[in-house]
Write a protein that binds this ligand. Structure first.
Ligand SMILES: Cc1ncc(COP(=O)(O)O)c(C=O)c1O
Length: 366
């Protein structure tokens, strides 16, 4: 623990009734907790002025570098309340390490992973009443979504790495992603847009990647689909990922493939699924996976389940893939496949403390 975090409690926290009402039906990303955490960085002082204070609007100079050159990175993770009231995060050091890799790609200063975890813990502890309870039947999937982010805060229009950077953490209660049970997605294969190229920023969690995905996501919606699938930019042949989720393909003989291209965002859910599937005896391949393998495998029945994964939705079954002039539907168009559901259940049971944490993934906050 190296950050010296000054805590100034909010002078206008939300009333208990308000909080209870929000936690009853939190939605996603619309309500924020009472506090936010900020740490400043300059080359002379390093990371300094760590503080937790009332959540509120920032005053941003119009010349702030982030507004012009998008020098920005972020993370997404959740805090879970277990049945005994304790609060836990899932592999936070993995988010911390991914933020280090993102910062190196975006020429931002490195925040020590230990400081990252300390900062997240500190905000979650201060705002612990915002971490939702889940139903006693053990089926709830509410959590506190935590958003650490770092941006160029220097007021300067020259193009170079900023000399004043700010790291912040905010948090927002989140409801179950699927209200009416886990339902398969319909995906749109974009052939016009790509998400990442060789030497680009695909493996970094930076706002620009999401900005560039929006037009393709809009195309998916216009085509009546839920999400967009990106292919590699060099050959337009290999499956990369969705706008905000990684992908998995389950074969009839039990082996599983997940794309590995060097330009995807390597999800923490993705890596947990590799371990969970291996523990269940499945052979998992991380390799380039072509769109033809997907189309042919589903059509022939060799591929029996397709799913996507990420922090927000955990695991989402995929039903149909559409593209300009065609579509292919897998076995699971109405429901999730059995392995998809089993892995999903195994993962959420660990996250919510309903099963033993065999892998040592959970980190107790308070
Ligand atoms: C582009 C992209 N890929 C994959 C993921 C899944 O990553 P994780 O499992 O760490 O949430 C995300 C989610 O953050 C993402 O934005």
């Amino acid at each position: 623990m190296t950050l010296d975090i000054a805590i100034t409690p909010s002078d206008s926290p939300r009333g208990e009734d308000d909080v209870a009402q929000i936690l009853d039906n939190p939605g996603f990303g619309t309500h924020f907790t009472d506090h936010m955490l900020t740490v400043e960085w300059t080359p002379e002082q390093g990371w300094h002025a760590a503080r937790i204070e009332r959540y509120g609007a920032l005053s941003v100079d119009p010349a702030s570098a982030v507004l012009h050159y998008a020098q920005e990175i972020f993370e997404g993770m959740k805090a879970y309340r277990h049945a005994d009231g304790s609060i836990w995060t899932f592999r936070p050091e993995e988010n911390a390490r991914r933020m280090v890799r993102s910062s190196q790609r975006l020429a931002l200063p490195v925040l020590d992973p230990e400081d990252f975890v300390q900062a997240v813990d500190a905000l979650v502890e201060v705002d612990q009443r915002w971490v939702p309870q889940n139903s006693v039947e053990g089926t709830g999937e509410k959590s506190l979504y935590v958003r650490p982010f770092m941006f160029a805060a220097e007021s300067f229009l020259g193009v170079r790495p900023a000399q004043h950077v700010r790291f912040m953490v905010i948090a927002s209660p989140a409801g179950a992603y699927f209200k009416g049970g886990v339902k398969p997605l319909t995906l749109w294969l974009t052939e016009d847009y790509t998400r990442a190229g060789r030497g680009g920023m695909g493996a970094a969690k930076t706002g620009g990647n999401y900005a560039s995905s929006l037009v393709a996501q809009q195309e998916a919606i216009d085509q009546g689909c839920d999400q967009v699938v990106f292919l590699d930019s060099a050959e337009g042949r290999y499956v990369e990922e969705l706008g905000g989720m990684n992908m998995y393909f389950v074969y009839a003989d039990g082996h599983i493939v997940t794309p590995e291209t060097g330009t995807i965002l390597e999800g923490i859910t993705r890596s947990a699924i590799i371990e969970l599937a291996q523990k269940r005896g499945h052979h998992v391949e991380e390799r380039k996976f072509s769109i033809d393998e997907w189309r042919d495998g589903v059509a022939s029945g060799d591929i029996t389940e397709v799913f996507a994964c990420g922090t927000a939705a955990v695991i989402t079954p995929v039903g149909t893939l559409k593209w300009e002039g065609g579509e292919v539907s897998g076995a699971a168009t109405d429901d999730a496949g059995p392995l998809t559901l089993a892995i999903r259940q195994a993962l959420v049971d660990i996250q919510y403390g309903r099963d033993d944490d065999h892998f040592g993934w959970m980190h107790r906050v308070c």
